[in-house]
Design a protein around this ligand. Sequence first.
Ligand SMILES: O=P(O)(O)OC[C@H]1O[C@H](O[C@H]2O[C@H](CO)[C@@H](O)[C@H](O)[C@H]2O)[C@H](O)[C@@H](O)[C@@H]1O
Length: 260
Amino acid sequence: MTPHPPDTGPPPPLLTRRNALFLDLDGTLLELASTPDAVVVPQDLSALLASLASALGGALAIVTGRALETVDALLRPWTVIGAGLHGAEYRLPGMRTIDRLPLLPVRNIVEQLRSRFASVPGVLVEDKEHSVALHYRLAPERREECESAMLAVTCQRTDLRLMHGHCVIEALPAAADKGSAILRLLQRAPFEFRVPVFLGDDVTDEEAFPVVSGCGGMSVRVGASSPRATHILSSPSDVLRWLRASLTALEAAYGKASEP
Ligand SMILES: O=P(O)(O)OC[C@H]1O[C@H](O[C@H]2O[C@H](CO)[C@@H](O)[C@H](O)[C@H]2O)[C@H](O)[C@@H](O)[C@@H]1O
């Protein structure tokens, strides 16, 4: 599929049973909020994802920068399948446990950043145990300061890489990226042999778009347009509308599925 120039990408067609669906969380399924803990989860989201997963024969995964345990808590009672920490951890289909890339110590970085920004209102250090995010959404004027501080505390760490996101700079395992995470999931049932569809809104998602397009799939940028994406949806509300419409179409075509 040919990527479209900015602002001209079409909305994606509705899902079919040939698709494997990969969804980013923040900014894609959830509206961005002032802090990571302040997100509001739509009331029907957990049930919608569970029904869609069933309709797709289980081929639905969340691919997120959050830790999977955090996503479980947000999307309860649905138990998430997919990749967390930008691909540093996985819960594979049929498993309850979470597999992680070799553990990288980030406590020292967390402590240095907390001490550096202790008296700076609006800057927040998110400790994700295997990665660290430094948020400045509530103090956008601190962006450069945050970037320099993160660079200073990670410059010796070749096992980590820095990633800029929405009002955040993150240090994450160098080996983790969402494109590889999607490829890994695509090698396993029930994802294998399906056409991938990935929805995301951020820099880390941009990395995965060419991977998905390269597999003949659809890459859907949420919010701002992207020359790397094949399709566009304008907001998380639009995403939810599209997911609900896809579920209705799947159930009309194939009947209501039982749990995968
Ligand atoms: O890959 P994602 O699911 O999009 O996760 C990316 C990061 O999302 C979270 O931060 C972002 O959302 C917050 C809540 O809306 C917002 O306050 C923040 O400014 C955004 O950057 C999360 O806290 C990070 O750990 C994720 O990596």
